[in-house]
Design a binder for this molecule. Structure first.
Ligand SMILES: NC(=O)c1ccc[n+]([C@@H]2O[C@H](COP(=O)([O-])OP(=O)(O)OC[C@H]3O[C@@H](n4cnc5c(N)ncnc54)[C@H](OP(=O)(O)O)[C@@H]3O)[C@@H](O)[C@H]2O)c1
Length: 339
């Protein structure tokens, strides 16, 4: 099979298209013929070992995993001993961040517990776009943010991978949604259901009189004290991403701010969770949530796709379509915006 490999930390130009033996599923694993996978910031953070501390998790001197990619959708083509939930031919979607990565390939083995059946009415591209970004949104808003119907939530950084799912999931949860993005994305974010859209080039929401029950900070930077100022009494601020200094502040100073204010400020790390994945899958299946796909690339263009994502201005998700050479598909879409 073909896979995109790397053996040392560095820029996307180190990635190579390589022939590898097909993996064999072990106990409790299935092998998925990957039809599409998607890019996440985590891929380039690991590729570059940036921040340096990432090496503690993925290999101090050399990467522990040689094939990146955690989001995938595809078809089960082999099952290992003890597998009960899937059989060959099932279309599945899932996230491999806690189970060895490897989705930038034609085939990958995964524990059955990190996969869910793909809704029949969405394509492989849409399904592969969703797991990591969508589950991050679900966990930030529902599991950790405890967002209730009627509450007012602000999503800072609403136009990227996580943000586009967060706007929609917040609406599913019955919240009033205020979304922050740049002017070029205002219409798209509004079309996802945001009740109000703030253009961050015109308005600093932390200086307004509006108050929020929950702020999900996905991208961008404001000092923690500014976020705290615009939280309603008992409000929650949860950060999932953004500038490094913002993350450090949320992790280190969040608990202190929480102690003294009666509000909750902190950082959320996405954890693989089948219940959250299935909730997201059901929302995709019944149309309450849709994947916003910025661009699609073929497997051999993963380096270009990763470099594009790293620029930090993707509108929704960047998806890799994985065709077998024998399928004769013309790999014509090379970084073009999706229709
Ligand atoms: N904690 C976790 O477990 C977890 C999980 C997933 C992701 N993350 C992190 O979350 C962050 C976002 O991930 P992502 O997948 O959404 O990234 P992404 O898709 O690369 O985000 C790109 C989007 O961010 C917007 N953006 C850039 N600067 C902004 C600013 N100053 N204010 C508001 N929006 C801004 C861009 O729009 P414009 O170009 O129009 O500004 C673009 O639409 C990353 O730092 C990632 O590492 C963390």
């Amino acid at each position: 099979m073909r896979a995109i490999t790397f053996y040392e930390y560095g820029p996307p130009s180190l990635l190579r298209l390589e022939e590898r033996p097909d993996p064999v599923p072990g106990p409790g694993q299935v092998r998925v013929r990957v039809r599409a996978c998607s890019m996440n910031a985590a891929d380039w953070h690991i590729l570059r070992a940036d921040p340096f501390l990432a090496r503690l998790a993925v290999g101090l001197f050399k990467p522990r995993y040689n094939v990146l990619g955690c989001d995938l959708a595809g078809v089960v083509d082999a099952v290992g001993p003890g597998v009960t939930r899937f059989k060959a031919g099932d279309a599945v979607m899932g996230e491999l961040g806690s189970s060895g990565w490897g989705a930038f390939a034609e085939r990958v083995c995964a524990p059955e517990g990190v996969l869910a059946l793909k809704p029949a009415n969405i394509g492989f591209d849409e399904a592969a776009a969703a797991p990591l970004a969508g589950v991050t949104a679900v966990q930030g808003l529902r599991r950790e943010g405890c967002l209730k119907p009627g509450e007012r939530v602000l999503i800072n950084g609403a136009s990227g991978g996580v943000g586009t799912y967060a706007v929609q999931v917040a609406k599913v949860l019955g919240a009033e949604v205020v979304a922050v993005c740049s002017p070029r994305n205002v219409e798209q974010v509004r079309s996802l259901g945001a009740d109000q859209v703030i253009d961050y080039t015109q308005t600093d929401f932390t200086q307004s009189d509006a108050r929020y029950d929950l702020i999900l900070a996905v991208n961008g930077y404001h000092p923690l004290s500014h976020y705290k100022r615009v939280l309603a009494p008992g409000g929650r601020f949860l950060m999932t991403g953004g500038a490094g200094r913002q993350m450090a502040a949320a992790v280190l100073l969040g608990p202190l701010h929480s102690l003294l204010s009666g509000k909750r400020l902190g950082y959320v790390t996405m954890k693989s969770n089948l219940e959250d994945l299935e909730f997201l899958r059901d929302c995709l299946g019944d149309g309450r949530v849709r994947s916003v796909i910025d661009r699609t690339f073929p497997l051999d263009k993963v380096p270009e796709a990763l470099a594009y994502l790293e620029e930090g201005h993707a509108r929704g998700k960047v998806v890799i379509q994985v065709a077998l050479p024998s399928e004769g598909r013309a790999e014509a879409t090379r970084g073009e915006p999706s229709a």
